[in-house]
Design a protein around this ligand. Structure first.
Ligand code: SAH
Length: 352
């Protein structure tokens, strides 16, 4: 590690901020020694706030039907080989009941942008989950909607919203998305969600096509300035039925490095060790926790649909039952000195 990189890391830990060119340099000139120092500091900052607790969110993949055509995604509407399904309200409620028994206190409803889920239908689902499990948080991750829609869902009881910004560079954004989608609308959504009062999660894929240190530096600066409650990052993994089928996956090494950087930018940030990270390496999620992550999102979807919510190739945990997923993660976390908390796991500073 050069003296300059060491200085940048120590300054980031102190000031929680670097300039755009400095973030770029921190990524470009990294080596294993720099990664070790970052991880050591990230772990220390994480433990000061969260101890050894890892927050869990039960992920319910409510629909693989999507009107969007994001170039990287396996459930894009142009993929006519994708198997489509949609969970009924009853099935979603059953998943949340099972999750509650297993110790989940947050449910994440994620899906493609499926026009079936009107505000009326989605509000009713949110209200019913909250009525059955008033001590739980409900997180939505169903893409871009109008401000009025986000407001209605919030009023119905949704606590949090995950919408990855995907890239903080408009030119890069346009290379990953169809012309019908826009960077400006993505950012509008994120601003609206924050203003309404949601705990907001943004995030990006590591190693997405056309991404360089320049784009990553912008992602880091954006997160520093936007101040999300959560930031989801995981390696890009190609899907065989998308135009990016021959692209390389993002690496675990760079993902871990960026997790540590994000932990130093904001020690209170909720940082998931993602399923994609567990897909590129069998111990990816454990290593993510050692690099500074403090959230895991095991799958609570009915086993019969899991294989169909296929955003990328070789996704893990598609053959297991929910209880197995939780049990497996429990052991994995214990192997790195952490434990799964039975807790809503709100972002520190947010009141219920
Ligand atoms: N429709 C929702 C949910 C999208 S899926 C929304 O728009 O927010 C959740 C995330 O999976 C996406 O935001 C994207 O960052 C990630 N993802 C999609 N395809 C991927 C791929 N091929 N490799 C890795 N991550 C992918």
């Amino acid at each position: 590690m050069t003296d300059k990189i060491k200085e940048l890391i120590l300054r980031l830990d102190k000031d929680r901020s670097l300039s755009l060119p400095e973030y770029e340099e921190l990524i470009r000139d990294r080596d294993s020694e720099a990664a070790e120092l970052l991880a050591e500091l990230a772990l220390k900052r994480k433990k000061e706030i969260f101890g050894d607790a890892i927050y869990t969110r039960g992920l319910i993949e409510i629909s693989s039907i999507c009107k969007n055509d994001c170039i990287y995604c396996g459930i894009r509407c142009s993929n006519d080989k994708a198997e489509r399904y949609r969970l009924s309200e009853e099935e979603i409620l059953d998943c949340s009941d099972e999750g509650y028994e297993l110790g989940f206190r947050t449910f994440v409803l994620q899906g493609g942008e499926d026009p079936y889920y009107t505000d009326e239908i989605l509000c009713s689902i949110v209200q019913n989950i909250k009525a059955k499990h008033p001590d739980c948080a409900v997180t939505l991750s169903v893409g871009e909607r109008t401000r009025d829609s986000y407001q209605a869902l919030y009023d119905a009881g949704a606590d949090r919203y995950l919408l990855r910004h995907e890239t903080a560079d408009p030119v890069h954004y346009a290379k990953l998305h169809p012309a019908s989608m826009s960077y400006d609308n993505r950012m509008r959504c994120l601003r609206d969600l924050k203003e309404i009062g949601y705990q907001v999660g943004c995030g990006f894929m590591v190693g997405s096509p056309y991404q360089t240190q320049k784009e990553l530096a912008r992602d880091l600066k954006f997160i520093e300035e936007f101040g999300p409650a959560m930031c989801g990052i995981g390696p890009f993994i190609p899907h065989r039925n998308t135009p990016f089928r021959d692209e390389q996956s993002g690496t675990m090494e760079l993902t871990l490095y960026l997790l540590s950087v994000l932990r130093l930018i904001n020690p209170k940030l909720l940082l998931p060790a993602t399923t994609a990270l567990g897909t590129v390496d069998p111990r990816g999620r454990e290593k993510g926790v050692l690099a500074g992550a403090n959230v895991v999102m095991p799958n609570l979807s009915p086993r019969s649909v899991r294989k169909k919510y296929e955003l990328y190739d070789n996704k893990i945990c598609t053959g297991e039952e929910s209880a197995q997923c939780r049990g497996c993660l429990e052991l994995r976390m214990e192997s790195v000195g952490a434990y799964l908390a039975v807790d809503r796991g709100d972002a520190p500073g947010y009141t219920i």
